[in-house]
Ligand binder design. Structure first.
Ligand code: NAP
Length: 345
């Protein structure tokens, strides 16, 4: 059994632990929270005798876990992943793994210095069978002429923005915003299915907090465009589509892929999807466990490297999209800019 430590005690961590337990390959051992009460309340949701920590250095130094699942606010992922690598712990870091390419390059360099440590960005949908069915269907198209992908879901935290507050997920200090959150899924779609775009544009609808609440992005490829519709301020039920010549790959959603069909343009629909697992994190928990349980094999290392290549590309495209819309995070500031800000205040 792989021993699991966790950072972040919100619902997503509970969902990941449930998925991990469903695989039968993971065992929760260690819980970190900023308060002992929260850590214990979280642990009580599961069966077992857990180690509790409120000090991150002690968590990494004394925790008996093999791998850490990091589900803290986005801006904290980088420093926590770094701490984990230096402590020799494998890392599953929630998307987005890093705020910008500077952080990402530092993590990649650190991983090269510590080849015994594996790091995975938890891009859950990429590991699901229906995502792989779309990848295969695209390989079967004679030509790709574009795609329209949508992920627009009203965030319960938008209520706070409307009330004049700045919750983490809508805060530039915490590397929040729509493209950095839901955009990750669609950029993964584009990068895995079509490769790195030649250039990108992002028309963002900005919020008073300084980040994007919604927007439309264009990813330009040689001979076609991929359009991304994104929002955390309204709901959309638009399906996703990938255009061949007469044929179209039709998806009920662009990341939660329950139904995928190939439409030949002549009235014939071929079902490509299978029934998904109820918990959308089970596939990644299964694949990460398989790789970690086979760590010494070249195949496992290769898979980890391949996933990291996608993570680096996604991070690069997200940064380009933010630059296009002039969205700046606190994590992007240079030392000189931080100093200047200090002097001004
Ligand atoms: N894969 C998916 O489907 C999925 C879905 C949702 C979220 N996510 C990702 O999961 C991560 C967490 O998202 P979330 O919405 O749960 O975030 P969140 O509620 O803002 O924070 C998550 C946890 O981090 C700790 N935390 C909160 N504010 C903090 C602060 N100022 N300083 C230090 N720690 C703080 C809290 O744990 P303690 O109070 O116990 O310390 C909290 O439970 C994000 O990266 C998000 O993108 C992924």
């Amino acid at each position: 059994m792989l021993k699991l430590g966790i950072i972040g005690t919100n619902w997503i961590t509970e969902q990941f632990i449930n998925a991990a337990q469903e695989t039968g390959k993971w065992q929760l051992t260690s819980v970190y929270s900023r308060t002992l009460q929260k850590a214990q309340e979280f642990g009580e949701k599961f069966n077992g005798d857990f180690e509790y920590f409120t000090d991150l250095a002690a968590f990494f130094a004394e925790g008996t876990f093999d791998a850490v699942y990091i589900a803290s606010p986005n801006s904290l992922h980088f420093a926590q992943a770094k701490q984990a690598i230096l402590a020799g712990k494998d890392v599953i870091v929630e998307k987005p793994a890093c705020s910008n390419p500077t952080e990402m390059q530092e993590l990649v360099a650190l991983l090269e210095e510590h080849p015994e440590v594996f790091l995975f960005e938890a891009a859950r949908h990429v590991h699901e069978p229906n995502f792989k069915a779309v990848t295969k269907a695209i390989e079967g198209l004679n030509v790709v002429q574009g795609a329209t992908l949508t992920y627009a879901k009203y965030s319960s935290r938008y209520d706070a923005v409307l009330a004049g507050k700045e919750p983490n997920i809508f805060s530039p200090a915490f590397s929040g915003g729509c493209v950095q959150d839901l955009g990750v899924y669609l950029v993964y779609d584009a990068v895995v299915w079509f490769g790195e775009p030649d250039s990108v544009d992002y028309h963002a609808v900005k919020l008073p907090t300084g980040v994007d609440g919604s927007g439309v992005a264009s990813l330009h490829y040689d001979g076609f465009d991929v359009t991304l519709n994104l929002s955390k301020t309204f709901n959309s039920y638009l399906p996703g589509e990938i255009y061949g010549l007469k044929d179209t790959i039709r998806m009920d959603h662009s990341s939660d892929l329950n139904k995928v069909e190939l439409d030949d343009g002549n009235g014939h629909l071929e079902l490509l999807s299978v029934a998904q697992k109820k918990n959308p994190m089970t596939a990644e928990a299964e694949e990460f466990a398989a790789v970690l349980n086979d760590k010494s094999s070249p195949d496992a290392k290769q898979l980890e490297k391949d996933w990291l290549v996608y993570a680096v590309l996604v991070n690069k495209v997200l940064y380009q999209l933010r630059q296009s819309a002039q969205i700046k995070f606190k994590a992007d500031q240079t030392a000189a800019e931080i100093e200047e800000e200090k002097n001004e205040s």
